[in-house]
Every structure is written in structure tokens, then in C-alpha cells.
Design a binder for this molecule. Structure first.
Ligand code: SF4
Length: 450
């Protein structure tokens, strides 16, 4: 995944874990995996105050939407959703409804005025105080950013599944001109490696097979003399963890040592999500991304040389202010040259508070939309072509669920993070099995267990 998804995710946690929950918490999470992982911290933090997850808002004493601010559209959808929940709040029941996460931090106290009936607003660094906040009788906001907050001492309450999130660092020091993240999540800070390894051992003990290390610039991880490469090495030594993933690395933070570690650590899956944003040097420079096209090209060549089976996905923004036809064509051509397995493609969305916000947009929504559609079509064809080359090959799948469309089939991810649906022989959820690929589209591989 890209960290930049605006889709609502399922509520996390395991409803009904306690036979008699004292207080019900209904939590919906939006946006990136960092947010999903934060929701698990919220559940962990509120469990200490007697809150247990419930399945519907109607059952809840507290309704919390953990939000994303990366695009305006994502915020509008959440605002609509929270207004709907407020309207549905049954008379006579003082259910408290609040917003958490990046949108809460982005608009702060203003949200309490703009959304009548909203009870509380809490930013990404306020979750340890959420229990006390909920005891307040009036509308209240906790939107202090805290440079030292890592929640290292709060055990996340993880949901069911084969894959666990492990936040290894928070915040970002990069300040790309278009991005609101540094303003809503603050500056970089990493968690102590011993805390992370202990949590990873808990993850294994809870039955997860795969861990995804998370950070806004995950490969900038640094704690004392432990860097990202060393953390990967230590994680790979934990018995019982089958696969280690990480997202999202920044191209400029990808050290030689990390590349060497990726190459010689089989537990680290051969997949990297490496955000590019634009294939034009002029745009990369305007965005202050910290690298140019040729540096990205050389980095990817090194990664592919070190890990030949690696699959690569990226993020692209189309229509950044000043993007010309030439810039756009350069992005299209560079995506083809890089032969990305997958791309998360977005129209530029101006975010208040960012440095790009003051720039005048030079393309209409329709023009941005047309550019986006072209890149989507090109990427679909590219992904289908890449996946077609896998026909007849055998890949290892970590089984995670029943297939949605085909009765009796199972689904999971292969090491390259491609979705594989397959006809099982003996496979069960949670197992690693070999599957021969018999059909391939742009998003899904289909096959049969061997
Ligand atoms: S690296 Fe840039 S795009 Fe990524 S979170 Fe930091 S500021 Fe935002």
C-alpha cells in the first residue's frame, strides 16, 4: 500500500473480547497503514480505561473516526460520515463522537465549531490522554504535537489476520512542499530497538506470520547506533516470523547498508514501495523531494541488482502547480522505463499549511483528471504485461482469507506483495503454500496449489 490511501478501512480490534464490556468503543480507521497501526494503539490505550471494541456505532458509548488529511477529498468524506453519525445519535443517549488522527490535527479546535455535535478532537500525539479526554463533559480538543511521543510503552491491540503492523518511527523531517504530514505528525522520532524486538516477539506469539514495519520515512529509522539495516537484521533473527516488510522508504534515505541487508536477509520480502511523485527533475525540484530522476534510476538499478526478484511500486502526483506537458510526458516515460509493478496515482490536492498551498494551480481538475486517467491506463497495461510473464511459474503464498469471488478458493500475497487467488489442495489460512500461476491480470494472479 501506499501510505496515501484515503479509503475507509474496517474497524480494528476484536469486538467481544470481553464478555461484559464496561464501555463500548466503535472505531473506524481511514487512510494509511500508519493510521491503522495508530488505531491499534488507541484500542490499547483505551482498554486500560475499560473500553472494549464493539461492531456498530449504535452499540457504542464512544464513536471515534481515525482520519486522514492527505487529500481534501478524504477529509470531505470523513466530515460527511461524522455528520451522519451525529445525526443518527439516538436521543437520550449521550454517546460521545470524536475525530482522531491527521485531519483532527490539521483543523484542530476549528472542527468543534464547524461540526455541531462533535464532542472531541484528538491529534496523533494525544492518544495516551484520550481516556481522560473522554471523561470531560464538554466539547474538547487535544492537538498538542509532542516531539517525544512514540507510544513505546503502550501495547497495541491488534486485530485478527496473518499480518501485523509495527510502527518503528513516527513523523517526518523531509518537508516535501505538497505534504501535510510533517505538520500533523511532527518530526521524526524512532522507537527503541529493544521495544520493537519485544513487540515483534509478541506478534509471533499472537500467531502472526508477517510483520510490516511502518514509518513515514521508514528507512530513516535511527535509534542510538541502530539504523534501519540493523533493525531489519535483528528482526530477522526473531524465530517464527516468516516475512518482514516495510513501508514507506524514502529514496534519499536508502543506504548501501540497507540494500546489502535486503540482499542477504531472505525473511525480508522482495518488494519495495518507493515513492517517486514525478518523473520530471523540474517537478522533483519544485516539490523539494531531495533526489532527482537519475538518482532514483540508479537506486532502483542497485536494488534490482541486489535483489533480482524485487517488485517495485510507487506513488505519483499528477498536476502539481506548474506541471507542463513536458513534465507530464517525462513522468509517463520514466514510469515505463522503471517498469513499476504497481503505482498509486493521485491528482495533486492543495493542503492548507503546506508550502505548496500558496502556489497557484495551473491545471483545471479536468486536465489533472485526464492526465491521471492516462497514467492509470498505462500502468494497468504495464502491470498486466509484467504479471503475464509469471504464467507457469510457482510462487509462495501466505494464505490470508477465502477468495471473495470464487467459492472454495483462497487468497493471499506472494513475496512480491501481489495478490494471488488459488484453488487449494491442503492449504489453510495462515499457511505458506506454493501456487503455480495459471492466469494473470493487472492486479491479481490466479493459480492452483502445487
Ligand atoms: S517524505 Fe515528503 S511526502 Fe513523505 S511524509 Fe515526509 S514530507 Fe510527506
Amino acid at each position: 500500500m501506499s501510505l496515501l490511501s484515503g479509503n475507509p478501512q474496517a474497524s480494528v480490534g476484536q469486538p467481544g473480547q470481553s464478555a461484559t464490556p464496561s464501555k463500548g468503543l466503535y472505531l473506524e480507521s481511514y487512510g494509511c497503514q500508519m493510521n491503522l497501526a495508530d488505531s491499534e494503539i488507541i484500542l490499547g490505550s483505551l482498554a486500560a480505561h475499560g473500553y472494549e471494541p464493539v461492531e456498530t456505532a449504535a452499540q457504542a458509548d464512544v464513536v471515534l473516526l481515525n482520519t486522514c488529511a492527505i487529500r481534501e477529498h478524504a477529509e470531505q468524506r470523513v466530515a460527511q460520515r461524522v455528520r451522519q453519525l451525529i445525526a443518527e445519535r439516538r436521543d437520550g443517549r449521550r454517546m460521545r463522537i470524536g475525530l482522531a488522527g491527521c485531519m483532527a490535527q490539521h483543523h484542530r479546535e476549528k472542527l468543534l465549531d464547524e461540526i455541531p455535535g462533535l464532542d472531541f478532537v484528538v491529534g496523533p500525539d494525544g492518544y495516551r490522554r484520550l481516556g481522560q479526554l473522554l471523561e470531560a463533559g464538554e466539547a474538547v480538543a487535544d492537538v498538542r504535537l509532542d516531539q517525544h511521543e512514540t507510544y513505546a510503552d503502550i501495547a497495541p491491540r491488534r486485530g485478527e489476520g496473518v499480518r501485523a503492523w509495527l510502527t518503528i518511527m513516527r513523523g517526518c523531517n523531509r518537508l516535501c512542499t505538497f505534504c501535510v504530514v510533517p505538520f500533523v505528525r511532527g518530526r521524526e522520532r524512532s522507537l527503541p530497538p529493544e521495544v520493537l524486538i519485544e513487540d515483534l516477539e509478541n506478534i509471533v506469539a499472537q500467531g502472526y506470520k508477517e510483520v510490516v514495519m511502518l514509518g513515514q520515512t521508514v528507512n530513516a529509522y535511527s535509534y542510538g547506533d541502530v539504523d534501519f539495516a540493523q533493525l531489519l537484521e535483528r528482526a530477522a533473527e526473531v524465530d517464527g516470523i516468516e516475512r518482514i516488510r516495510y513501508t514507506s522508504p524514502h529514496p534519499a534515505d536508502m543506504s548501501e547498508r540497507t540494500i546489502e541487508t535486503l540482499a542477504r536477509t531472505p525473511k525480508v520480502s522482495p518488494y519495495v514501495h518507493l515513492p517517486l511523485q514525478s518523473g520530471s527533475d523540474r517537478m522533483l525540484s519544485a516539490m523539494e523531494r531531495g533526489h532527482d530522476v537519475d538518482q532514483y534510476r540508479r537506486l532502483l538499478a542497485k536494488l534490482r541488482d541486489a535483489v533480482p526478484a524485487i517488485a517495485v511500486s510507487t506513488d505519483i502526483i499528477v498536476g502539481y502547480p506548474g506541471e507542463t506537458d513536458e513534465d507530464f510526458e517525462a513522468t509517463s516515460a520514466f514510469m515505463e522505463e522503471m517498469n513499476f509493478d504497481h503505482a498509486f496515482l493521485f491528482k495533486y490536492s492543495a493542503r492548507e499549511g503546506t508550502r505548496a498551498f500558496k502556489l497557484e494551480e495551473t491545471l483545471s481538475e479536468d486536465e489533472k483528471g485526464a492526465r491521471l486517467q492516462r497514467l492509470i491506463a498505462e500502468q494497468e497495461a504495464r502491470a498486466a504485461r509484467i504479471n503475464q510473464e509469471l504464467l507457469g511459474s510457482v510462487t509462495e503464498v501466505l494464505v490470508e482469507s477465502k477468495a471473495k469471488k470464487q467459492e472454495g478458493w483462497l487468497a493471499g500475497k506472494n513475496p512480491q506483495f501481489k495478490t494471488v487467488v488459488f484453488d487449494p489442495r491442503t492449504a489453510a489460512i495462515g499457511e505458506l503454500v506454493k501456487v503455480r500461476i495459471e492466469a494473470a491480470g493487472s492486479h491479481t494472479l490466479r493459480g492452483r496449489q502445487v
